[in-house]
Write a protein that binds this ligand. Structure first.
Ligand code: GLU
Length: 308
């Protein structure tokens, strides 16, 4: 049975934003497939952004390698690739704005000092607030932090449903610029999504707990809120997230169809027939994609999928 194509969503702009810390692995492919299928099914634009803020963690050649692999898998992006390393002025502008609003403050604590006293929250140690009301006299500023409060951030995720988080409780005052001068992911992603006029974010559920911080930054900076969809992350045999930094097996650009099929199945979609080539896959995938079929769970074991 063939589903009718979804209606076009005027102005839809989606993106895939890999970090170049290694070759594309199956977990990233899943996020790329979901965001591309969702964009194309709505007759939308799809963009590629290389999140290379963390220069020390970058693997030389990985950004080009990821793009070659994406092309072999039949992805194509509609505008020139954006590299975060070119965007520091924009991040600095947003930081200055937060400082002038009294929302960003200098912090002199080291990670080790924080780890000694902090409770653990959804994303590591919760900052205990030591420098919140001014740097202690013997301290020099290291990082810049965002002042959070007790309000509850709520949003409806297209896959995971209703979400609520009190950022102050779950995360605490979070870093906007690190001690080494690097702008934090949370700030950069918000500035870039707004600059690229992203309307729909589709990405891994490991970032679900980050979304309230991003919504807060969008609110205070007066930026639009893109709609959110967080797809399950894929776990390896030890129950760890497949990630480039764990040197998980990269997907094979010489044989894209098996991985595309497996990704499609992992995303809960109806099997496609007679594919032949990545472009054949995408033609059908664009017509058949239904985000409601994506399992609303945070993670899926790779092994379970391969056995099906
Ligand atoms: N760069 C992030 C990653 O590779 C994704 C960020 C995002 O999609 O917001 O996990």
């Amino acid at each position: 049975m063939t589903d009718e194509a979804l209606p076009a969503t005027p102005g839809y702009r989606g993106r895939f934003a890999p970090s170049p810390t290694g070759p594309l692995h199956f977990g990233s492919l899943l996020a790329a497939v979901a965001s591309y299928a969702d964009a194309r099914a709505h007759a939308g634009v799809w963009l590629l952004r290389i999140e290379d803020l963390d220069r020390p963690r970058e693997v030389p050649g990985a950004a080009e390698d990821i793009q070659r692999t994406l092309r072999a898998f039949g992805f194509d992006w509609d505008e020139p690739v954006v590299y975060q390393h070119d965007r520091s002025e924009a991040y600095q502008g947003a930081l200055s704005r937060l400082e002038s609003l009294g929302l960003a403050y200098p912090c002199g604590c080291s990670r080790a000092e924080i780890a000694r006293v902090a409770r653990i929250g959804v994303d590591g140690p919760i900052y205990p607030g030591t420098c919140r009301d001014g740097l202690p006299r013997d301290r020099r500023p290291r990082s810049l932090r965002m002042r959070t409060d007790a309000r509850c951030a709520r949003f409806t995720d297209r896959v995971q449903g209703e979400q609520a988080q009190v950022i102050e409780e779950a995360v605490g005052d979070f870093v906007l610029r690190r001690a080494d001068g690097m702008h934090a992911y949370q700030l950069a992603v918000v500035v870039d999504d707004a600059w690229q006029r992203i309307t729909h974010v589709v990405r891994g559920a490991d970032l679900l707990a980050s979304t309230p911080r991003q919504i807060l930054l969008q609110q205070v900076l007066g930026l639009p809120h893109p709609s959110q969809a967080h797809i399950p992350v894929i776990l390896d045999d030890q129950g760890r997230k497949l990630s480039k930094s764990l040197a998980s097996a990269p997907v094979d650009p010489g044989d894209p169809l098996p991985a595309l099929r497996l990704a499609w199945r992992a995303l809960g979609q109806t099997p496609l027939d007679g594919l032949g080539s990545p472009s054949g896959f995408w033609k059908q995938a664009t017509e058949q994609w239904r985000i409601e079929r994506v399992p609303p769970c945070r993670s899926l074991p790779l092994r379970g999928l391969e056995r099906q």
